[in-house]
Design a protein around this ligand. Structure first.
Ligand SMILES: Nc1ncnc2c1ncn2[C@@H]1O[C@H](COP(=O)(O)OP(=O)(O)OP(=O)(O)O)[C@@H](O)[C@H]1O
Length: 250
């Protein structure tokens, strides 16, 4: 169980991006986070693994408050929290395999030279992860030779090398066309259903929320304005989340 208690984030310029955000995520849930651009979705996801430092509040995971941990201890917990990004964040000039292996970096001695750091088992695991996302044949290509959808699959494989218990996905399909969007969502779904990894995924399109999420929370201007089942988002709730002039497109 992950418990977010009264989490707030005020950026140095004074923008209050999260306002006492509170919710729980049971282990193994697929939680979607929705809301207009600027509502605080990225800030929330990045506060959970402390890529962004929360200003106030608690992030309690297995009884430990992650928000209160010193950075050196947080690093150990961060290993168990994978993350994928809208823009994939691969090292484009490195091979696909090297990118995937870098997911293990949190587990090994940083003093070792890059290529000697990884065990044979790491290489076997990296190939297995690439097989899981259907691109083992691309292992020795440079990452920048891959399409956007393929790059996102590499980034999922990289995150899976951490052996994560939680996967944070920050608008993982926002840069992809709808067909590819479904294929990426299906990989996240598989990781969730087959391996029991908790997924917290921000999404723009409600049809994806309906299809893949067990539950959804909506942010508006840093506040949680909805917490429930995707099927509970009727027209009235939709207007509360997105504003009264908003129209559904998907
Ligand atoms: N590094 C930063 N410094 C200052 N303000 C920021 C920073 N990052 C985000 N913000 C502000 O915090 C608020 C929430 O932004 P955030 O990126 O979390 O929203 P979002 O819902 O993820 O938006 P999008 O869907 O466009 O990615 C916005 O007002 C944004 O301008």
């Amino acid at each position: 169980m992950l418990e977010i208690n009264e989490l707030s984030k005020i950026y140095p310029g004074g923008t209050q991006a999260l306002k006492a955000v509170t919710f729980n995520v049971p282990k193994g849930q697929f939680l979607a986070v929705i809301g207009l651009s600027g509502s605080g979705k990225s800030t929330l996801l990045r506060c959970i693994n402390r890529l962004i430092e929360p200003t106030k509040g608690q992030i309690i995971w297995n009884g430990i408050d992650l928000a209160a941990l010193p950075e050196n201890e947080m690093r150990l917990y961060r290993r168990k929290i994978g993350m994928v990004f809208q823009s994939f964040n691969l090292v484009l000039r490195s091979t696909v395999l090297t990118n995937v292996l870098s997911g293990r970096l949190g587990y090994i001695n940083p003093a070792w030279s890059f290529l000697n750091r990884f065990s044979k088992q790491d290489y076997l695991d990296a190939m297995k992860q690439l097989e899981r996302v259907g691109i083992a044949d691309k292992a020795f290509q440079r990452a920048d030779e891959l399409s956007g959808g393929q790059q996102q699959r590499v980034s999922i494989a990289r995150a899976m090398m951490q052996n994560p218990e939680i996967m944070l996905a920050d608008e993982p399909v926002a840069s992809l066309d709808p067909v590819l969007a479904h294929s990426i969502m299906q990989y996240l779904d598989k990781i969730n259903k087959e391996l029991g990894v908790t997924v917290i995924c921000s999404l723009h399109f409600l049809d994806l929320v309906h299809r893949y999420a067990d539950r959804v929370i909506a942010l508006n201007n840093g506040y949680v304005v909805f917490d429930g089942l995707p099927s509970e988002i009727d027209d009235m709730k939709f207007k509360e989340i997105y504003g009264r002039d908003a129209e559904r497109v998907g």
